[in-house]
Write a protein that binds this ligand. Structure first.
Ligand code: NAD
Ligand code: MG
Length: 393
């Protein structure tokens, strides 16, 4: 039986890896929707190659170009946020959520409401609205709704928990490569250039997550993602710096055992696991030769180098919509860094200032976790951060 598949963010790094896997077995899949942003040539080429039902660009101004590129193919072209959500409501069995940023939340929720299995690369969904996402899964379970992790650490934990009881889990350890500036003198970080921050030692990823790896905002988001997805208290979640990025996570049990997940730094493993779940099938990833690798290193993270980790712990303690504030402030700070408006170190300072400024507003932070309230918290935090950047703060 063919499976109906949609990929949100198909033109990005995770999207490309997902397509690499499904294109190896075209008979097994029927592609419903593909979505992208400004890379219309790539989106159209993907839609043609996979015979998608519909291709959607996030930006209205790109619609004429997309229409032209798909002329005569019978593939529908659409644009804008509402069109992305409409595409997410089309019947599909397995949906990849790989848009970057808070924009990934609405289509993911829509797909879950329609009873799809949502393979979640978009960690921002759980950071901004974890309880809402999980409640949506629960409410639509009878229709088949299910959430599978794609972030490599969370896939690793998920795999480590197969056949285990959560009662026996003492702690969860997610690893971090340390990113581009792991070994830089801390006082040099303020001078880090965009180019330096955009190159990752081990993983080939989109630019935003690559910079977030250097600042550890990526790991900060993943701490919150771990808390939300696995329902463990923050004091049981640890970050461990592991420069080789081969151990992705460890689950610690109450008998002292640590189950480590070891695999190549290739997202096709975690994507493929979610695609084939609950089965395991052969995947086209490297088989590690540990004798040749020789050594694996581990270090404690330094919170002076990576203040984002401390901020994530404060956000987890605060709860409510502080994750939405944190993520939006981080996205705005990242935009500011990419645009050359603020320096690398200023990003975490700015996020902290936005958190402090908005934390007193309990009608914002502790409102019910609905999509509207998540959007309101997101917009307020984004605006606060942008205003601070504009003011040259
Ligand atoms: P990317 O930048 O390579 O791709 C992002 C995709 O989202 C593109 O298709 C882009 O067109 C689309 N997009 C961007 N802004 C959008 C918007 N406002 N509305 C709709 N679509 C938009 O990013 P990526 O590295 O593939 O990451 C995607 C997600 O997966 C992120 O949440 C990231 O944290 C997560 N993730 C990525 C990796 C990785 O190896 N790349 C690993 C783990 C988790
Ligand atoms: Mg990760």
């Amino acid at each position: 039986m063919t499976r109906r598949i949609s990929i949100f963010g198909s033109t990005g790094s995770i999207g490309l890896s997902t397509i690499d896997l499904i294109a190896r077995d075209p008979e097994a899949f029927e592609v419903v929707a593909l979505t992208g942003g400004h890379n219309i040539a790539r989106l159209a080429e993907q839609a043609r190659a996979l015979k998608a039902q519909v291709a959607v660009t996030a930006h209205e101004e790109n619609l004429p170009e997309l229409r032209d590129a798909l002329a005569g193919t019978g593939i529908e072209a659409a644009a804008g946020e509402a069109a992305i959500e409409e595409a997410a409501r089309r019947p599909a069995d397995w949906v990849m959520s790989a848009i970057v940023g808070a924009a990934g939340l609405p289509p993911g929720l829509a797909a879950l409401e329609e009873g799809a299995t949502l393979a979640l690369a978009n960690k921002e969904s759980l950071v901004t609205a974890g309880p809402l996402v999980l409640a949506t899964v629960e409410a639509n379970k009878a229709k088949g709704a299910r959430l599978l992790p794609v972030d490599s650490e969370h896939s690793a934990v998920f795999q480590g928990l197969v056949g285990e009881e959560m009662d026996a889990v003492e702690r969860i350890i997610i690893t971090a490569s340390g990113g581009a500036f792991r070994d830089w003198p801390i006082e040099k970080l303020a001078d880090a250039t965009l180019e330096q921050a955009s190159s990752h030692p081990n993983w080939d990823m989109g630019q935003r997550i690559t910079i977030d790896s250097a600042s550890m905002f990526n790991k900060a988001l993943e701490l919150i993602e771990t808390k939300e997805y696995f329902g463990v208290s923050p004091d049981r979640i640890e970050v461990l710096v592991h420069p080789q990025s081969l151990v992705h996570a460890l689950v610690g049990f109450n008998d002292g055992a640590l189950m480590a997940h070891v695999g190549p730094a290739d997202m096709r493993h975690a994507i493929g696991y979610a695609l084939n779940w609950p089965d395991r099938k052969a995947l086209p990833v490297e088989r590690l030769d540990l004798a040749a690798i020789g050594q694996l290193e581990f270090r404690a993270p330094d919170e002076r180098r990576w203040p984002a980790l401390r901020l994530a712990r404060e956000v987890m303690a605060e709860g409510g919509l502080s994750g939405a504030v944190f993520n939006a402030a981080k996205e705005a700070a990242l935009d500011g860094f990419i645009a050359g408006r603020i320096n690398f170190v200023r990003m975490s300072e700015l996020v902290e200032e936005v958190l402090t400024k908005l934390s007193g507003d309990s009608s914002l932070i502790h409102a019910d976790i609905t999509l509207d309230n998540v959007r309101a918290a997101d917009q307020m935090a984004r605006k606060t951060a942008k205003d601070m950047i504009e003011a040259g703060a």
